[in-house]
Design a protein around this ligand. Structure first.
Ligand code: AGP
Length: 618
């Protein structure tokens, strides 16, 4: 959702702000703005719509100066408009804000009584007016800022300029991420490291309740009690090029093609094969898992395991259930985080909650995990963003190594989540001794071969673009599968809806006759995931049922499946693989199908309407 960039140094601030905001565009927004300080005066330019609108306004009304803040806003309080766009100003105070000020009505009433008038409908403007009020009350800027932080309730990442202090940025975070990037005689602030990686690899992640002062020469950070603290400087491993399109038409397409590499990265150092014949040399090494699951010779200390997530991450959790239950015989319950947080689940000290989130900032997942932690559960997160809120809350984290995912529709983050879940299932399979050694060793070999296999497979999908062309104008799609591929059908349908705006439903193939079959009419595309596995025959019968009602079957099957060629109008083939790899293999052609349909329809593939990459509100 909203994005923040701040800069102080010797470059033209506007260039850094626009470049940084562009790198945050993927988060989703509906207006943008920037403020730059020059000669003790702060000028603000804001625009409704995309960054290019802001840029064209800046071209007409240049913002010069080497200190500035920028923002992309995803409307929560107040419609998307220029007046509601950030930065907001109250006298000398100019600020940008991410998050929600929950007591904004009370504060607005208080400030109105004091004579303040408001230009916008936002909760954020209130923070600017309140700082100004506290300075009217006689406090210094620093004290006024601290006082306001204690008065506002809710979540915030705030970056504030004071027109009278053109040598510093005031920053604070609580619940919404904020990162300081360290340069030489220049420093940066952003809501997301993607905005900074073009400039620096050294970053400081602020903790909740921290506030700080960023100057050209350094950063001073204070904790919630006002005590000066040293936060560690971390090195970011994401490279600048991973956040650029690199010749691809869209980020999403680039990210689809990055999957062999990022899956290889995710496996790196975690699968140990040892030499042939050497006993006990084949293993999975997962960071912090021994601490979480306790000594190897003791039973696992959990009697309930929940997986919580939203959207695509929820789909990977559903696949994870198949992996973990089959390999370790541990029982798993998968919940939508937004539902879990409002029911009264049975949780105690013997509960493990596995939270899955690409961004690590999804409000529902964060809240559900926070509640579970309060009730005594241990938390394990699977996440793509270093030091984001969900890993920080968790007792242990397994990072996916997908690199920055810019396309709003998740692709490589999803398949790396599946990879981590498979590693976790194999690890647990060994811990519970439910997975036979031979199967385990075979699985490790298969995993090591996977990136190469994906690389080759990606070269064979030339026909998907033609299939997309033939079916792009249909108004409704059904996606069917069974077993561990059933969540892949859900995910395939979600991808199509998100980026092409075509209605699509994913269903367990066996459930079709209990309702959705009524939808089928002449020519309706039904995408069926049908690898040659233990439910192959069953899915084949489902194909017959939909064909008999006039559906046009687009089947995703295995290379060499001659029967399928006679049953489906369109066939996409992937190499035959063990059951636990098919969800990863099958995901990729489904991503490509959605991509090509959307591209041919001309929708905004990387930033679909109404969607945000990191959903930091409920
Ligand atoms: C993915 O294509 C979606 N944009 C969305 O469903 C996403 O997976 C969901 O919002 C959860 O995000 P997270 O993984 O960052 O928690």
């Amino acid at each position: 959702m909203c994005g923040i960039v701040g800069y102080i140094g010797s470059r033209e601030a506007t260039d850094v702000l626009i470049d940084g905001l562009r790198r945050l565009e993927y988060r989703g927004y509906d207006s943008a703005g920037a403020a730059v300080s020059y000669n003790n005066e702060i000028q603000i330019v804001r625009a409704e719509g995309k960054l290019k609108e802001l840029e064209s306004k800046i071209t007409k009304n240049p913002l010069n100066g080497t200190l500035g803040i920028g923002h992309t806003r995803w409307a929560t309080h107040g419609r998307p408009s220029e007046t509601n766009a950030h930065p907001h100003r109250a006298g000398d105070i100019v600020l940008v804000h991410n998050g929600i000020i929950e007591n904004h009505q009370k504060l607005r009433a208080y400030l109105s009584k004091k004579g303040h008038t408001f230009k916008s409908e936002t909760d954020s403007e209130i923070a600017a007016q309140l700082i100004q009020q506290r300075m009217f009350d006689g406090l210094s800027m620093e004290k006024a800022f601290c006082k306001v932080l204690s008065e506002i309730e809710g979540s915030y990442a705030l970056v504030v300029l004071n027109q009278k202090e053109p040598d510093r940025l005031y920053v604070a975070r609580n619940g919404s991420p904020l990162v300081v990037g360290l340069g030489k005689n220049e420093n940066f602030v952003a809501s997301d490291i993607a905005a900074l990686i073009a400039y620096t690899k050294n970053v400081i992640f602020l903790e909740d309740k921290d506030f700080g002062i960023v100057t050209r020469d350094g950063v001073k950070i204070f904790d919630g009690k006002g005590k000066q603290v040293k936060r560690p400087v971390k090195e970011v491993t994401w490279s600048r090029t991973t956040a650029e399109k690199g010749g691809y038409k869209h980020f999403m397409l680039k990210e689809i093609f990055e999957q062999p590499q990022v899956i290889a990265d995710t496996l790196l150092g975690r699968v140990i094969q040892g030499k042939q014949g050497e006993k006990n040399q084949q293993k999975i090494i997962l960071e912090n898992m021994d601490a979480l699951f306790g000594p190897k010779n003791k039973p696992i200390p959990f009697d309930k395991i929940f997986i919580l997530a939203c959207g695509t991450s929820y789909h990977s959790g559903l696949v994870g259930k198949y992996f973990i239950e089959e390999m370790s015989r541990l029982s798993i319950q998968v919940d939508l985080a937004s539902e879990f947080r409002y029911r009264n689940p049975v949780i105690d000290k013997k509960t493990l909650v596995i939270g899955i989130s690409q961004s690590g900032e999804t409000a529902d997942t964060l809240a559900a995990m926070t509640d579970a932690k309060k009730k005594g559960a241990k938390l394990l997160s699977i996440c793509n963003v270093l030091e984001s809120s969900i890993p920080r809350l968790s007792h242990a984290t397994l990072y996916t190594r997908a690199g920055p995912e810019i396309g709003v529709a998740s692709t490589k983050a999803f398949t790396t989540q599946l990879t981590v879940l498979l590693l976790l299932a194999l690890y647990l399979g060994r811990r519970t001794k439910k997975m036979p050694t031979q199967d385990f060793e075979e699985a490790l070999k298969e995993l090591v071969r996977l990136p190469d296999r994906l690389e080759k497979m990606l070269k064979t999908f030339g026909n998907i673009s033609q299939i997309a062309d033939r079916h792009k104008n249909r108004s409704s799609y059904l996606y069917l599968a069974r077993g561990a591929n059933y969540p892949i059908a859900l995910e395939g349908a979600l991808k199509l809806k998100e980026i092409s705006y075509i209605h699509a439903e994913g269903y367990a193939a066996g459930e079709m006759k209990h309702g959705p079959i009524a939808l089928i009419d002449e020519g309706m595309p039904v995408v069926v995931v049908i690898p040659q596995d233990r439910v192959y025959e069953k899915v084949l019968s489902n194909i017959e049922e939909v064909r008999a009602r006039g559906a046009c079957v687009i089947a995703l099957g295995n290379t060499g499946d001659k029967i399928l060629q006679t049953k489906a109008q369109e066939v996409i083939l992937v190499p035959k693989a063990p059951w636990y790899l098919t969800p990863i293999l099958m995901s990729i052609p489904l991503q490509l199908l959605a991509y090509h349909i959307a591209d041919k329809k001309g929708t905004d593939v990387d930033q679909p309407r109404n969607l945000a990459k990191s959903v930091t509100v409920e």
